[in-house]
Write a protein that binds this ligand. Structure first.
Ligand SMILES: *[C@@H]1O[C@H](CO)[C@@H](O)[C@H](O)[C@H]1NC(C)=O
Ligand SMILES: *[C@@H]1O[C@H](CO)[C@@H](O)[C@H](O)[C@H]1NC(C)=O
Length: 427
């Protein structure tokens, strides 16, 4: 299929296949208040604390959000693509590297810190065929394959991750991650120019699960991607607002290896579209969102119908975004066009109903030539079959929480430009 398609799309970093794998405005004050409460709850103190990271990056034109993470002793910084669609964190690695892409920092150098097959962590990776361990003394190899057919191959290592916790402690846990010395990418030019991937999926290799197993933090992950670029990411539950979050249960791993809320109905402009039972995953590793053929077709014809008689003409001039419109003047901001479009609602019916509202500004993009384009793509065209992807674009200007302890996904509108403050003096 569409390797050439994939080249065009680029920046498709969501993940699937192999054992593991498959990315407004209110309430900052609320957030701080509730956070303070949470920090003080006896439960939170007993079970450690949280870690907060500043996010950089943007949906368009960057195509990804990333954090800077320090690894090693002495610590060195690395930029990691935030990917809730895969589990394994890995760095491009000088092992030596047979195929690395251009990276912002020098490659990570392992130093006698390999994870061996006898380590229980290794067996939890469920490696396919060629990479199976033969003896306990073998090094533990890994391979991650992403849905866009990109992959990373390497060996597991353990190293120090200096982390500043919200309670004021600076800790240096040793965590296992991938040292990737053979990256297969469909198009190096469109590949995120990061040093690696921060895998935040719910599988066993997740570094947040490792932090949890060390008793350091709850296995809860949250991100807040600003539509203006940047935002914040956290591990642990100190920043989860105590109210105002819409929660829906996540499907158990036996049914879906990714963060999936179960059968989903598509509502457009407040009206049912007849599209129901969609299988969707939350994937911060994908910059855009993807519908399967049926949902894409239904959605596109409703959007086109609404634009009849409006001063917008279809235009095809952005190679990565196939559906765009021109106005009588060049568009400079979404504000100029959003009134021509209606909101999308995804309604999740797993247990009690929960709705994810996606306003036009979270599915439209003002492209470089002043056209307005859909940030929702045809998943069937890129081989996704029946999977629908909630990518970064839909997750903008919301706090999205993956609570692996209570097995639920939550979201609430948020001001992602403001890093929540935490007060160490409170403890
Ligand atoms: C802060 O949290 C960390 C991680 O959970 C814990 O190990 C440490 O003891 C805590 N420090 C204080 C001062 O409570
Ligand atoms: C989506 O892609 C599939 C596969 O290329 C194609 O058959 C279908 O017509 C496309 N749907 C729309 C609405 O463009």
């Amino acid at each position: 299929m569409a390797d050439s398609e994939m080249d065009k799309k680029g920046q498709l970093m969501f993940v699937l296949v192999l054992a593991l794998s498959f990315r407004g405005c209110s309430s900052a004050a609320n957030l701080q208040q509730s956070m303070r409460k949470q920090t003080l709850s006896p439960d939170a103190i007993r079970f450690g604390s949280s870690v907060l990271f500043q996010i950089q990056g943007k949906v368009y034109p960057d195509g990804y959000y990333y954090v800077s993470l320090n690894v090693g002793q002495p610590p060195k910084p690395y930029y990691l693509d935030i990917d809730t669609g895969s589990d394994l964190t890995w760095l491009q690695c000088d092992a030596p590297c047979s195929s690395c892409t251009e990276a912002p920092h020098p490659l990570y150098r392992p130093n006698n810190n390999l994870v061996f097959c006898k380590d229980p962590l290794c067996s939890s990776f469920n490696l396919p065929g060629d990479h199976k361990c033969e003896t306990p003394e073998d090094q533990c190899d890994y391979e991650v394959e992403y849905a866009d057919h990109c992959s990373s191959l390497g060996v597991l290592v353990k190293d120090i991750f200096p982390l500043q916790f919200t309670n004021g402690s600076l800790l240096r846990p040793r965590l296992a991650f991938g040292c990737g010395y053979d990256q297969l990418v469909s198009d190096a030019n469109s590949y995120p120019p990061t040093d690696g991937v921060l895998g935040l999926g719910k599988g066993k290799s997740s570094i947040v699960l490792q932090l949890h197993d060390l008793g350091l933090t709850r296995n809860v992950i949250g991100h807040c991607f600003s539509g203006r670029g940047g935002g914040f990411l956290f591990f642990g539950e100190d920043f989860v607002p105590s109210s105002g979050v819409v929660w829906t249960p996540m499907l158990p791993s036996s049914l879906n290896k990714h963060y999936s809320p179960g059968p989903t109905e598509l509502i457009f402009g407040g009206q049912p579209t007849g599209v129901k039972g969609l299988s969707v995953v939350f994937d911060s590793g994908s910059s855009y969102s993807y519908f399967n053929s049926q949902a894409y077709q239904a959605f596109l014809s409703l959007v086109r119908k609404d634009l009849i008689g409006k001063p917008l003409r279809e235009a095809h001039d952005d190679p990565t975004l196939p559906v765009c419109w021109k106005g009588t003047k060049l568009f400079k901001s979404i504000c100029h066009v959003k009134d021509y479009f209606k909101p999308i609602v995804l309604s999740f019916q797993n247990g009690r109903e929960a709705q994810l509202e996606i306003p036009p500004e979270a599915y439209l993009i003002i492209a470089s030539r002043g056209t307005v384009c859909l940030g929702i793509l045809n998943g069937t065209e890129v081989g996704l079959e029946n999977l629908n992807i909630i990518g970064d674009i839909w997750l903008q200007d919301k706090m999205v929480i993956y609570d692996n302890e209570k097995q639920q996904i939550g979201w609430t509108p948020a001001d992602c430009d403001r890093l929540p403050k935490f007060e160490t003096t409170l403890l």
